[in-house]
Write a protein that binds this ligand. Structure first.
Ligand code: ADP
Length: 203
């Protein structure tokens, strides 16, 4: 079984940037966000179940899930969130497992923004956390997205704290520095993970 390195971090911490650096070394990336969209794509079992429960009004004219309408429905009926999670989380976990079993790089990276919140680190052999200060997180997110600091703070409040993530981490990338420093940290970890993947008894 391929060694599975979990990658997580708060919004704007640099997960995507870090994942791309590992991908440059030929490492297979399994992205929870991509999978979470796929399980509700047109034609999926996930979307069919949502339409059965909420009606075809939950679709956009092109057949895609209307996410803002779904958020509104959850706001009006909080129990819907638990129903959706119990529908979609097993599908997401199963797809992750399948992609892990198909990985053919020496190790693979499972990127999950809400890894600690959803206890998905149990699917990994080791957890890598990208860590930045809240100030850096807010500055980078507001310059990347069309959001202001207040909105980013709201998102931060709904996510695990820095301390909760660090407590679950086996390895930490400090991404408060520049991109040159980040490249160096990823290069060091890549070597470490290659060594771990070659450990006798792993395969
Ligand atoms: P996440 O995927 O965790 O939300 P991103 O990888 O998208 O975070 O990074 C957030 C923003 O910060 C992006 O615009 C990215 O280019 C930028 N960024 C990431 N790391 C650094 C760094 N070390 N120095 C400067 N900007 C960075």
């Amino acid at each position: 079984m391929t060694l599975v390195i979990g990658l997580t971090g708060g919004i704007g911490s640099g997960k995507t940037t870090v994942a791309n650096l590992f991908a440059n070394y030929g490492i297979d990336i399994i992205d929870a966000d991509v999978i979470a969209r796929a399980v509700v794509a047109p034609g999926s079992e996930g979307l069919k179940a949502i339409v059965t429960r909420l009606g075809a009004d939950i679709l956009l004219t092109d057949g895609q899930l209307n996410r803002s309408k779904l958020r509104e429905a959850i706001f009006n009926e909080p129990a819907l969130k638990a129903w959706l999670d119990s529908l979609l989380h097993p599908m997401i976990r199963q797809q992750m497992q399948q992609e892990i079993s198909q990985a053919n790089s020496p190790y693979c990276l499972l990127v999950v923004p809400l890894m600690v919140e959803n206890q998905l680190q149990k699917m990994t052999d080791r957890l890598l956390v990208v860590d930045v200060s809240e100030d850096v997180q807010i500055a980078r997110t507001t310059s990347r997205d069309q959001v202001d600091g207040i909105q980013v703070r709201k998102i931060l409040a709904a996510q695990a704290t820095r301390e909760q993530r660090l407590a679950a981490a086996d390895d930490v990338i400090d991404n408060n520095g520049d991109s040159h420093k980040l490249h160096g940290e990823v290069a060091r970890l890549h070597q470490q993970y290659l060594r771990l993947s070659e450990k006798p008894g792993r395969n």
